[in-house]
Design a protein around this ligand. Structure first.
Ligand code: ZN
Length: 465
């Protein structure tokens, strides 16, 4: 066998075990795992010494927004900077949300997103399809499914943006996707009460007094919990399958755990920021920068979500990457309802989850691999092509040092942003080397990939973790 790359002597970590072995790549695939594989290397092959390192299946971020028109601007990371950031963070597959705007069809929305990515992406990508106008869009679901998109998304908020789905639309979508074997992702927040609370506090005096802290005041935990309760109910009654995106509250985790125990087919992800940051940041002078949707919650929620990651009701960890620069964030001019909501995340997903998860002994390194790669691959229909270290599967690998830390500094990052939520923090788990389908795209912590290497990955099913 003539191997193109041999990664020697590392600890191979999968969701279930850790073994010491060489791993060899030929073309885009993992070709061999075993001892002394360098003997089978082709002339001029890339031989990488990984002694003292972990070799993992690369990360999969199932929740990103690149070049998203939102909050009166467009998110700052596109398929160029966003996927470079992903590579340096050890992520080689991203799932973005194709969203139809205005009167667009699902097909137009999907075509728009495919065009944003084509020729630019440095890592592999695929999409969830947002259904924003159920009455018209439902007719297209099968056609979109047949194009490799079995996962759909509805928003329970964002009426003004024209994205909101009401209960009937969610109920009907669960039914329709059940028939096709798809999965419905739901942004669960209770819009009417949220609007009421926002209106109540949207006064010059309140805004002057509390600034960005009003995000916290107007999004108490029950805003998410009530909406999750409703999704659980519709999922139970339809016998459908739902996936709560970016779950941020302990109450949400309690509800999902209870629903799962009573046989409801519901899943929930959380995002790394809900595990590593909390709402005290809004008291900082630059607190506005941290505005996301949903908001960061309390330290008790952080603890409860980690528990859920361990126990299973939280099935994976993603980012909801939606980058906005300081200038974009400054569009708020003191009004918290106008802050573009979102932050950079792809580059720090694995480091932040590794540092606060594995190094703080909340997770084993195998559980870490499961939540960042294997489980999301299985749920989203990418496994075993992605999310595994099996012979014949895509050589999507990241090599990390188990303990060595690097200080986060936005000035040195790929992400197109002039601040970072982890600025100054020391994080381990940055990708020393990353491979995407056999090609090395990060070497010695430096990006060496290329635009256009990333490919659209069609999916024909969803699965279980
Ligand atoms: Zn999102």
């Amino acid at each position: 066998m003539q191997f193109d790359t041999v990664i020697r002597g590392g600890k191979l970590v999968t969701a279930s075990e850790t073994t010491q072995a060489d791993i060899a790549i030929r073309g885009e695939r993992i070709a061999a795992i075993g001892k002394d594989l360098a003997r089978g290397a082709a002339h001029g092959a890339n031989i990488l010494d990984a002694r003292g390192r972990y070799v993992l299946p690369a990360g999969i971020d199932v929740h990103v927004h690149l070049a998203l028109p939102f909050c009166g601007t467009v998110s700052a990371d596109d398929y160029d900077s966003g996927t470079r950031a992903a590579a340096c963070g050890g992520v080689t597959t991203v799932i973005d949300f194709a969203i139809p705007y205005g009167e667009e069809t699902l097909q137009q929305g999907l075509d728009n997103w495919r065009a944003k990515a084509a020729g630019k992406a440095c890592v592999d990508y695929t999409f969830h399809m947002a259904i924003t106008k159920w009455d018209r869009h439902h007719k297209e679901i099968r056609k979109i499914f047949e194009q490799g998109i079995p996962t759909f998304k509805q928003f329970m908020i964002y009426e003004k943006e024209g994205w909101q789905a009401d209960d009937a639309a969610i109920f009907a979508a669960l039914e329709a996707l059940k028939d096709l074997g798809g999965l419905l992702l739901v942004h669960a927040e209770s819009s009417r009460v949220l609007d009421l609370l926002i209106a109540r506090h949207h006064t010059p005096a309140e805004m002057k007094k509390h600034g960005a802290w009003l995000h916290v005041v107007t999004r108490p935990n029950f805003i998410e919990a009530e909406a999750i309760e409703r999704v659980i109910r519709w999922t139970r009654e339809t016998g459908g399958r739902a996936f709560i995106v970016h779950m941020s509250t302990g109450e949400g985790a309690d509800l999902v755990k209870w629903a799962q125990a009573t046989g409801v087919d519901i899943l929930a992800e959380t995002c790394v920021q809900y595990l590593t940051l909390d709402d005290r940041v809004f008291k900082q002078p630059d607190g506005r920068l941290f505005a996301t949707c949903p908001q960061l919650k309390k330290p008790a929620d952080v603890r409860r979500l980690w528990q859920g990651v361990r126990d299973g009701e939280v099935c994976n960890i993603s980012t909801d990457t939606c980058t906005f620069t300081r200038k974009q964030k400054d569009l708020w001019k003191g009004d918290w309802t106008k802050i573009p909501m979102g932050m950079p995340g792809l580059e720090t997903l694995m480091p932040a989850a590794y540092t606060d998860g594995v190094l703080k002994k909340r997770l084993t390194v195998n559980e870490f691999v499961n939540k960042l790669s294997t489980a999301p691959a299985k749920i989203m229909g990418l496994y075993p092509q992605k999310g595994s270290l099996a012979i014949g599967t895509d050589a999507d690998l990241t090599v990390i040092h188990p303990t060595s830390k690097r200080r986060v500094d936005w000035k040195k990052m790929q992400t197109h942003c002039d601040w970072n939520p982890y600025q100054g923090r020391e994080l381990a788990g940055f990708a020393e080397h990353t491979f995407c389908r056999g090609r090395q795209i990060v070497r010695d912590y430096a990006f060496v990939g290329a635009n256009g290497w990333g490919r659209f990955v069609g999916r024909d099913h969803v699965g279980r973790a």
